[in-house]
Design a protein around this ligand. Structure first.
Ligand code: F0G
Length: 454
């Protein structure tokens, strides 16, 4: 087996608790069988997300101490703006408080009633903002994207023929923009290839469309391109990043995945679209030189972006995830392959095949896993979807439990513990029953919804 090697040493630690199983059952019942509603004090390994919980480096911590506080014209902001230009080659930057704030602004600026936004796959908050502005999302992934077990190195690729077809059928004027998501979140952190992005760019040029890159999970995607794409083998991470950036008209990102507590931003070289979005920053985020972030966060993001250009840093997440995925496969547990970025993804559709999709198999598995292990994962299936206009369930194409791997946070022993508990639960999967809502919010229901066992 290949075992990941940590290219860092740990010098600050945080104590963890592993509450007894009786307390875990009680805590899960109090949380309405929704892992979002657990209190962290009841959680042993928090694998809910990699957002806002990655480890910070000594350089990030140090930079936070020299932050320059100012409402307008802060030196810290200028450093961040310059780093964005250095890495992405984009001269206009708009700061936001996090990724979905970028999505709000981009959707308000470019989506109107009847607009269509083609993308390799949707993300929950992205879709919600596009729909809120009267648009619809069209997913044009390769068939392979939904194959749980696959050897395809780039399941995040866009299907070019389907993209052209969609534009021809609806007319280019209906397309608000084309969106590519790096490290495609909801299909298991799967990357796209530079080669594919070049093809998407060609289509955008042919029809005069704007190409928007969601770079929130770009770090993982960069690693996979370097590892798996023949033409990029001899390129540095910086060179690959610039190539991707040059193909994009607009890039936005959540900085919460860079070891920061908050933050995000939008960058472009197009003055017209920059000006169109700029007014929304002051309306929703804050003045142009902080956009809802603290100066400390901006300092940490600047360093975080720099460290993302280091292959020995961005390989940590994918290598731990690959190790966990291989260990689970060895024990017969159904998982998404090839291992992607972000986290290890368990296929709940198969794990708890006895639970119908209407009873949220992935939600039920996430709840059960917490009870048997103290490990907190996240449901990524039907529970994360929204009902249609008639109130019917939108059954998800996949039912996944995501066990996110916060970068440089857990040790290999902790990962082995999680694997052991998941394997035990798999052998005893008949113990798991379905869930039903007892309190169901209308929007992004997975965040606050409460459920009970069926
Ligand atoms: N785009 C992608 C691809 C994301 O993964 C996220 C967040 C966002 C946009 C929104 O960014 O949270 O800063 O507002 N993903 C987190 C996750 C929440 O757990 O997968 P945000």
């Amino acid at each position: 087996d290949s075992v990941p090697l940590e290219m860092h040493k740990v010098r600050i630690v945080q104590k963890l608790n592993l509450p007894p199983i009786e307390r875990r059952l009680e805590a899960m019942t109090e949380a309405g069988f929704n892992t979002f509603l657990l209190k962290n004090r009841d959680v042993f390994m928090d694998m809910l997300t990699d957002s806002g919980v990655n480890a910070m480096s000594d350089r990030q911590q140090a930079a936070m101490l020299e932050a320059d506080d100012s409402y307008a014209g802060s030196e810290t902001y200028t450093k961040l703006e310059n780093k964005i230009e250095e890495i992405f080659g984009k001269k206009y930057f708009l700061p936001t408080h996090q990724g979905r704030a970028c999505e709000n602004i981009i959707s308000q600026a470019f989506v109107t009633k009847g607009s269509i936004v083609p993308m390799n796959y949707h993300f929950t908050t992205t879709k919600a903002h596009i729909v809120l502005n009267g648009g619809t999302v069209e997913e044009i992934f390769e068939d392979e994207a939904l194959n749980i077990t696959s050897k395809h190195p780039f399941k995040g690729n866009m299907n070019i023929a389907k993209l052209k077809d969609l534009i021809e059928t609806n007319g280019a004027e209906k397309i608000a923009f084309v969106r590519l998501e790096a490290g495609t979140n909801l299909i298991g952190g799967q990357p796209f290839a530079v080669e594919n992005m070049k093809e998407v760019r060609k289509v955008c040029d042919e029809y005069g469309l704007m190409l928007v890159l969601d770079a929130s999970l770009l770090a993982d995607n960069l690693y996979f391109i370097k590892e798996r794409e023949e033409n990029c083998k001899d390129m540095s991470i910086r060179e690959i990043t610039r190539e991707i950036a040059d193909l994009s008209d607009l890039i936005y990102f959540s900085a919460r995945k860079l070891g920061c507590a908050r933050g995000g931003g939008i960058c472009t070289n197009n003055e017209e679209i920059y000006l169109k979005m700029r007014e929304y920053i002051t309306l929703y985020e804050g003045f142009l030189t902080y956009g809802g972030m603290s100066v400390r966060e901006m300092e940490a993001i600047t360093i975080g972006l720099d460290e993302t250009m280091d292959e020995n840093m961005i390989n940590q997440g994918p290598q731990f995830i690959s190790y966990m995925t291989d260990q689970l496969l060895n024990r017969g547990v159904p998982v998404v392959t090839p291992a992607g970025g972000l986290g290890c993804h368990i296929n709940a559709m198969e794990f708890v095949g006895h639970i119908p999709q209407s009873e949220y198999p992935a939600g039920a598995l996430a709840a059960a896993l917490y009870i048997v292990s103290g490990v907190r994962g996240m449901e990524r299936g039907t529970l994360s979807e929204q009902r249609d206009e008639d109130g019917n369930e939108t059954l998800s194409q996949m039912e996944l439990v995501r066990l996110a791997m916060p970068r440089r946070v857990f040790t290999l022993s902790q990962v082995k513990y999680a694997v052991d508990r998941i394997a035990w639960l798999y052998e005893n999967r008949h113990l798991i029953s379905g869930l039903k809502f007892i309190d169901e919010p209308n929007v992004l229901r997975f965040f606050f919804g409460k459920l009970s066992t069926t």
